[in-house]
Design a protein around this ligand. Sequence first.
Ligand code: GSN
Length: 223
Amino acid sequence: MAGKPKLHYFNGRGRMETIRWMLSAAGIEFEEQFIESKADLEKLKKDGFLLFQQVPMVEIDGMKLVQSRAILNYIAEKYNLSGKDIKQRALIDMYSESSWDLGEMIMMLPWKYTDPKEREKETIAVLEKATGRYFSVFEKVLKDHGQDFLVGNQLSRADIQLLEAILATEELKADVLAKFPLLKAFKTRMSNIPNIKKFLQPGSPRKSPPDEKTIAEAMKIFH
Ligand code: GSN
């Protein structure tokens, strides 16, 4: 039997967190090799482990995969989280990419806006996009088809990525779902799926929101 997937990244969310979510929701155990210094990253590069000299990198099924979305595509296909046909797949991709975009905006806040006032202003703009552009659409999707999951009445990466995005947005504003009753119910339902429930519990590979220390450490590695 093949060994566990091995994730190479720093000990923080960044572009690896969705990969951790996806594997965990699929019930797949994995190992993490944390990059703790610039020297660790340089070694991976020097050893020819990183196709484009970047992480995330995931060792899985004898491959060294890079490009976070390519990695997610592989995991989603492998664990049947990409829908039943290409039309479902197209919807799932549209939804997943939107949650990715929202998650990326949130992820970038502390990196791009070091001035607290600037960050606060940008956080308000991101929250407006979260509700006006994304959550309102997902609320309507759930309302229109009346099903438990976003696509095809079965769990897909779109559901997993939306839950991740919802929780990250709630970290900015706890009552952000106040006007979205179906998304609230979706969140509760999804959070109770056993593999996801386990991932949401303390001690899981899920990472905390970045604090100043984590940011400073990552800056030292990547800049
Ligand atoms: O999605 C991806 O995996 C790529 N399109 C971007 C990955 C990336 O930017 N990696 C940075 C670390 S910050 N984020 O995850 C990286 O490996 N930088 C090291 C370098 O020498 O460029």
